[in-house]
Design a protein around this ligand. Structure first.
Ligand SMILES: [Zn+2]
Length: 426
């Protein structure tokens, strides 16, 4: 199938070279291009809310020029992120770099860990089913080098050719209509070591992707070499590049920036997907449809209002308070504790961050407010951004934005682990 039209150039997400102890580790690459769909409050996305919803003022959105936005609801074109999703997963190799060992061993680097990760993070709302209708290596017709794949490579021409070749090779055994998105687990010996360059990338919401069996291969994640990052947790946590890449497929932007993980630290897998396990922000869980409307409170009222928060990692109960500042941005407030996917939380407490739907992927759409700036942090976990690890607010502490007349104070915690926060809007 011939592509029509011209694909907007992919934003070159600056490469984050994160110095961690003795090793430089960079995360997976940014997203592919996508066309910002029409934002509708009653759209087909995971969050369908009536215009009269009390959450409406918290449904911030970015301008249409933003490629991949933190806005709610998520633009159309991405994969569904609730219910049962089927991930067509192929292990690909090349004539110049034949896959070592069994392809299913490559698969086992990522599964079942990835589906477990999503089940835990989504409270069971995302039933992620990887499928390998081709259990062996899927051999491409050209050498790896011939595709011209390097870090930051756009979709055209190399990735388009690769996807077309995958479709052609798989088509006799695969009905592409049966799948929600594509995982390409490239043989780890193709391309540079991940210690030199991380090639992993997703092309998400790609409206001009090749078509197979009548459906567009619009959402695809590619994972390459994953080298031990020296954190000591690689065998257990090295798979986390895939949930990060699949996060893009579900419409989540990159939270690391050219400066690395300094904006959000280890509080979201879209910020740091290396080192110890971590969860997603409550904002992302709402965006993905994993929180009910009743679990999100929109703090619009002037004066003082108290809210209860239960640990984000735990199923049920109120999870997120959002304080909108304008149509595009606001403050999110949530409770983070050491449980579930969050294994490095060293200062349980209330995390407060600014979300700006008008800031694009990789440019810092989320910024965590550090309750203890320049403390050096509390984590001793290697390859985790340390400074923000103690960013949380504990009972008795208060966050202030005097300019915008917003205060959030942590009033207390009870025996069940719930916290009470007090939002004051002048
Ligand atoms: Zn990314």
């Amino acid at each position: 199938m011939q592509p029509s039209g011209r694909i907007r150039p992919r934003r070159a997400v600056a490469l984050a070279s994160v110095t961690a102890l003795t090793l430089a580790v960079s995360t997976s690459a940014g997203t592919g291009h996508h066309t910002a769909g029409t934002l509708t409050a009653t759209g087909a996305g995971p969050i369908a809310l009536a215009r009269s919803s009390p959450l409406r003022p918290c449904m911030i959105s970015g301008r249409p020029t933003v490629q991949m936005s933190e806005g709610v609801p998520t633009a159309r074109g991405y994969s569904r992120s609730t219910g049962t999703v089927h991930a067509l997963t192929v292990m690909v190799d090349f004539p110049d770099t034949p896959g070592p060992g069994r392809a299913l061993d490559r698969f086992a680097e990522f599964f079942p860990q990835t589906q477990d990760w999503f089940r835990t993070s989504s409270y069971g709302r995302l039933d992620y089913r990887p499928r390998t209708p081709i259990p062996g290596w899927l051999r491409m017709p050209k050498s790896f080098r011939a595709y011209g794949i390097e870090r930051g490579a756009p979709f055209d021409p190399g990735y388009r050719q690769l996807v077309q070749d995958i479709v052609a090779a798989a088509d006799p055994k695969v009905d592409f209509r049966s799948y929600d998105f594509l995982n390409v687990l490239v043989t780890p010996n193709a391309g540079p070591s991940a210690l030199d360059t991380v090639l992993s990338v997703s092309f998400a919401g790609n409206t001009e992707a090749p078509v197979a069996d009548g459906v567009s291969v619009a959402n695809a994640s590619f994972v390459y070499s994953r080298q031990d990052d020296g954190s000591g947790s690689y065998r257990r946590t090295g798979y986390r590049v895939l949930p990060h890449e699949n996060g893009h497929v579900f419409g989540l932007p990159d939270l690391y920036t050219a400066e690395g993980g300094g904006a959000v630290g280890h509080w979201d897998i879209m910020s740091e997907d290396w080192g110890a396990n971590n969860d997603l922000l409550g904002w992302h869980k709402w965006k993905l449809g994993w929180l009910d409307a009743a679990q999100v409170r929109c703090a619009t009222a002037s004066g003082t209002t108290d809210y209860e928060l239960t640990p984000l990692a735990r199923e049920g109960g109120p999870k997120l308070v959002f304080v909108p500042l304008d149509r595009r941005s606001g403050y999110a407030v949530e409770l983070r504790t050491r449980e579930g996917n969050d294994e490095t939380v060293c200062r349980p407490g209330v995390l407060i961050y600014k979300v700006d739907a008008d800031v694009d992927t990789g440019m810092g759409p989320v910024k965590v407010h550090d309750s203890r700036p320049d403390s050096g942090g509390c984590t001793r976990s290697p390859n985790v951004h340390a400074e923000l690890s103690d960013a949380t607010f504990v009972p008795g502490e208060e966050f202030r934005d005097s300019e915008r007349g917003v205060r959030v104070s942590v009033v207390g915690a009870d025996l069940t682990g719930s916290y009470r926060v007090r939002v004051t809007r002048e």
